[in-house]
Design a protein around this ligand. Structure first.
Ligand code: ADP
Ligand code: ADP
Length: 226
């Protein structure tokens, strides 16, 4: 089974705007995959539907074989999402943001604390665990979103423009962290509008434009054509 399988996905927003027009996409288990496309192409809409934050108009989405229509809670357990914008409570402590997220997925308290410590340490945030999130730098907030997305140990991690507005040093350290997570077997999908970012990380790539996939190939093949 695929990590992610999307078929015939359509989205018309309530103002009548057609954002996705029959999008098909398969991402294999263990892949490091890029969804590349210009602003407004439909990347965030695709991710929003996959993570059930946005309603689809038609089509189907399965995560590790679990349909988001008929097996949503199973599908959700397989997925960790790093959204584009910071969406945590500014006055909550770093450690609580991560452990509470684990609670939403039904992890026992002990396991939640263990995983929170593991990922906060790996992401260099353990010393900051008792700070409120508002006190963190922008780069630390990005890393906190990654720790929160991983705490329930999802098999698929999706990141929406993970390095937008991130300086080059942090970008490199985020890249190597993501590579290590992928090497441990987590399938990773990231959206970006920088080919350069996709090029250094991803094995396979799909290019989306105006709500459709216009190219879906290995990174090596794509680069040999340019
Ligand atoms: P849905 O069709 O999924 O119910 P809505 O059309 O109700 O979604 O919009 C959801 C939210 O997105 C609203 O708060 C809306 O203001 C906002 N929104 C509207 N237009 C845009 C746009 N072009 N880009 C991003 N967000 C938008
Ligand atoms: P990307 O992530 O590739 O930049 P999006 O999926 O955010 O693209 O947006 C695709 C298109 O849908 C854009 O033209 C955007 O303005 C529009 N859009 C996004 N959200 C809404 C919304 N809630 N209502 C109406 N249009 C929207």
């Amino acid at each position: 089974i695929a990590a992610l399988s999307i078929s015939g996905l359509h989205k018309t927003y309530s103002n009548g705007f057609v954002a996705l027009r029959g999008l098909d996409l398969v991402v294999r288990q263990g892949d490091f995959f890029a969804l590349l496309g210009p602003n407004g192409a439909g990347k965030s809409t695709t991710i929003g539907i996959t993570s059930s934050l946005v309603n689809k108009s038609a089509g189907s989405v399965s995560i590790f074989g679990h349909s988001i229509d008929s097996e949503l809670s199973k599908a959700k357990k397989c997925l960790g999402l790093v959204p584009q914008e910071f969406n945590f409570n500014q006055f909550e402590k770093v450690i609580d943001i991560v452990t509470n997220q684990a609670g939403y997925y039904g992890l026992p308290r002990k396991k939640a604390l263990k995983n929170a410590e593991k990922y906060l340490r790996q992401l260099g945030l353990w010393e900051k665990r008792d700070d409120i999130s508002r006190a963190l730098s922008g780069g630390m907030k990005r890393r906190l979103m990654i720790a929160r997305a991983l705490v329930h140990e999802p098999k698929l991690l999706i990141l929406d423009e993970p390095t937008a507005g991130v300086d080059i040093e942090l970008r490199r350290s985020m890249w190597s962290f993501l590579e290590s997570i992928n090497a441990q077997g987590v399938t990773i999908i990231l959206t970006t509008h920088y080919l350069e970012e996709a090029e250094s990380l991803c094995r396979n790539i799909a290019i989306i434009d105006k709500g459709e996939i216009i190219e879906n190939t290995s990174m090596r093949t794509l680069l040999s054509k340019l």
